[in-house]
Design a binder for this molecule. Sequence first.
Ligand code: UD1
Length: 421
Amino acid sequence: MDKFVIEGGHPLSGSVTVSGAKNAALPLMAATLLQPGRYRLNRVPRLRDTATFAQVLEVTGATVSRDGDSLIIDTENCANPEAPYELVRQMRASFYVLGPLLARFGRCRVSLPGGCNWGPRPVDLHLKVLQALGADIELDGGYIVASGQLHGADFTFPITSVGATGNALMAAATADGVTVLRNAAREPEIVALGEFLQQLGAHIEGLGSPTITLTGVQQLSAADATIIPDRIEAGTFLIAGALAGEKVTVSGLDPEHLTAHLQLLEQAGVALEVGTDAITLSRPGQLRPTDMTTAPYPGYPTDLQAQWMALMTQASGSSLIRDEVYQDRFAHLPELLRLGARITLHENAATVVGPAALIGAPVMSTDIRAAAAIVLAALAAEGTSEVLRVYHIDRGHEAIEKKLAGLGAVIERVDDRGGRE
Ligand code: UD1
């Protein structure tokens, strides 16, 4: 198992380019199951999660190969509408195959994901919307067995869910009649999925708004797509710049996807020059404490909550950080405490008091974004930190250590037997 050895306190400067978004690549990969054919997805990040999802597709009978930053996916010969527990438990997003497999085959068998470090994370909404579309759902040995011919429905999500909206879009694209999805997710990754489905021939209106209307079509046809930039990776590098940077440019991003984050950075005293696909940031004299509450898009993303907490350890005063999307998503907190942060937690709200003098220490990554937050804090700490279990980071951040080293960070990947890369 690899770890990162990070020597903190080195100022960052220069330019870094973000990769394609993991959370857009995964649903687009799932959507290729809808219609037999050959697809080329460009700008697919090289991540543990995209590799795991390729395996999920392969189990169904698809072939997946890499060509540079593209994935070539052939779903012509898929004949096994199943997603096994061994893969789904590694990555919940595997559940994205439920909608397209059911739509294509009229039946499928997909393992329930099970637990997760952020709390229970149920999938009831995925199942409810599919039932509304006419699916018969049963549980058998830990597997969801879904079957039925899908038809249009008018469904209101009781809470906004990215994954359930994605599954519903894929299931409804070829369902008989009109489907209206209300209180649907508005995340750029869901818009990207909807636009890909439109390219395949689906009739969809209202993407990016809370009400999405689909008119089912009988036939789709394969198409190619380019994955949108990763707004979470972009936001993470902007925080790295704000924490430890002199002048850092983050390029290859879409600033419109980062509105809430940019507003908060400015509130915290960070000067930003926003271009069409790049943002340059200069380190402020002293960061101002800035409260933040996560919310579904266009609100502040829960996937940047941990990183924002790392940033606020260096603000002069007290910041309140509240996660309203995942009430239990605070596994990074005890690790930040090990580095010297001053944080207290009450239910789903953390109070961070800064500026804290962070000191390097051995710390553990627990999930993708918590791991990113720990790396950020280690960059700002005096001395050397060892970040263990970096496979969590490898699930969602493409070559983060190389990108940070390119900005001047002193960071090295070491395998736990002592070998360096
Ligand atoms: C996606 C993202 C994840 C991000 C999250 C919220 C992917 C692959 N993952 O996860 O990085 O943190 O959106 O922005 O895109 N819920 C239910 N029942 C359900 C589904 C969800 O109660 O059936 C709840 C969840 O527990 C959570 C809230 O709805 O409190 C939002 O979750 P959801 O938007 O579904 O997250 P994911 O799609 O799993």
